[in-house]
Design a protein around this ligand. Structure first.
Ligand code: TXA
Ligand code: MG
Length: 325
């Protein structure tokens, strides 16, 4: 049976209290949420996603005030960051409190925390009153969902129709996953690019942001992620004519609206006007490419500024993992 879609926060809270899972909207992508204190709910999330159980999940909080229930020895600069940018597309990896489940942290000494900026999900979190573990609501290794339709295509038949629900909050306005900042010592570390930029983090904290991850384990930020079935060619704007010479047959194209494209037959998947629109459109365009059965997507990289940095990051990953046999 197909899982039920609801617009009612009370349905979502009831499902969570009953030990069930809720696919819910955030400003970045849809998440698959369960009680972060419940081993069986966490196990259910991993089973639904088909995700290795050693991967840590982000705990979503109703506000920054409850951070000490989950974390210990939070650096002062990280608290300032939380105060300045939560609710928002920022995850902080901090030293875990003793009672945080190993299933949540992947056995690591740290836990990922964030307060998402979506009115429906904030209301769910307030009514639920505690942390919700939520990875993106896609099957393991697939493109993250930014609409209820994507969630249903990924998990509609996988979730338990008698127990779980999908909360419809419309389309996710940011469109790419949160920025992840390592925040366990004196140095902010950028572990995953997102709409919050390293520059913003540096401005708020007054600290230099380390871009190299220094061998920190953040599964899900490595290759073989963010890829559609179609092969993705990520190309710079000035290399478009050369790249198109290599493509045989119909292809999908994602590019900023001001990029000049040779008159070759193609399917225009998105023509965003700026980097923010590019992030918003990106995953829906990749889903659309697969729905249309396209073999190749040419994605023209946006300039490396603002959320454009995160878009470039995701496209490079999609291109690497798409280069499979
Ligand atoms: O925007 C987002 O962050 C979305 C929405 C639903 O909040 N969530 C999301 O979750 O993207 P997920 O599980 O798909 O990606 C979370 C990333 C993974 O790469 C995971 O390895 C990393 O966060 N992560 C979580 N906790 C961690 C920890 N304690 N140490 C290192 N990395 C961690
Ligand atoms: Mg994910």
């Amino acid at each position: 049976m197909t899982v039920r879609v609801t617009h009612d926060v009370r349905d979502a809270v009831a499902a969570l209290r009953g030990g069930g899972l809720v696919a819910l909207p955030t400003e970045t992508v849809y998440g698959l949420a369960g009680d972060a204190r419940s081993p069986s709910a966490i196990a259910g999330i991993f089973a639904a996603k088909g995700r290795p159980s050693t991967h840590p999940v982000i705990v979503h909080l109703p506000d920054a005030g409850v951070i000490d229930r989950w974390a210990t020895a939070v650096p002062h600069w990280a608290s300032s960051l939380a105060d300045a940018l939560w609710p928002g597309p920022l995850t902080l990896i901090v030293n875990r409190a003793d009672d945080v489940l190993d299933a949540v942290t992947g056995g690591q000494p740290t836990v990922g925390l964030r307060v998402p900026a979506h009115p429906l999900t904030l209301e769910v979190l307030r009514q639920f009153g505690d942390g919700l573990a939520a990875p993106s609501a896609n099957r393991y290794g697939h493109v993250s969902p930014t609409t209820v339709e994507h969630v249903m295509a990924e998990l509609g038949e996988v979730l338990d129709a008698g127990r779980d629900v999908v909360l419809d909050g419309g389309r996710c306005p940011v469109g790419v996953e949160s920025t992840i900042i390592g925040a366990w010592d004196d140095t902010p570390r950028l572990l995953r690019a997102g709409a919050v930029t390293a520059l913003q983090v540096a401005e708020v904290t007054g600290r230099e942001v380390s871009i190299a991850d220094g061998g920190v384990r953040t599964p899900g930020t490595t290759a073989a992620h963010y890829a559609p079935t179609a092969r993705v060619l990520a190309v710079e704007a000035d290399a478009v004519p050369d790249a198109l010479n290599e493509v045989v047959g119909p292809f999908g194209l994602i590019a900023l609206s001001n990029v000049l494209v040779p008159a070759i037959d193609h399917v225009r998947l998105a023509a965003p006007a700026n980097a923010a629109e590019y992030a918003f459109a990106l995953y829906a365009a990749l889903h659309a490419a697969d729905d249309a059965g396209l073999d190749v997507v040419v994605a023209v990289l946006p300039p490396d500024a603002g959320v454009g940095h995160a878009v470039r990051d995701r496209l490079h990953r999609a291109a690497i993992s798409g280069a499979r046999p």
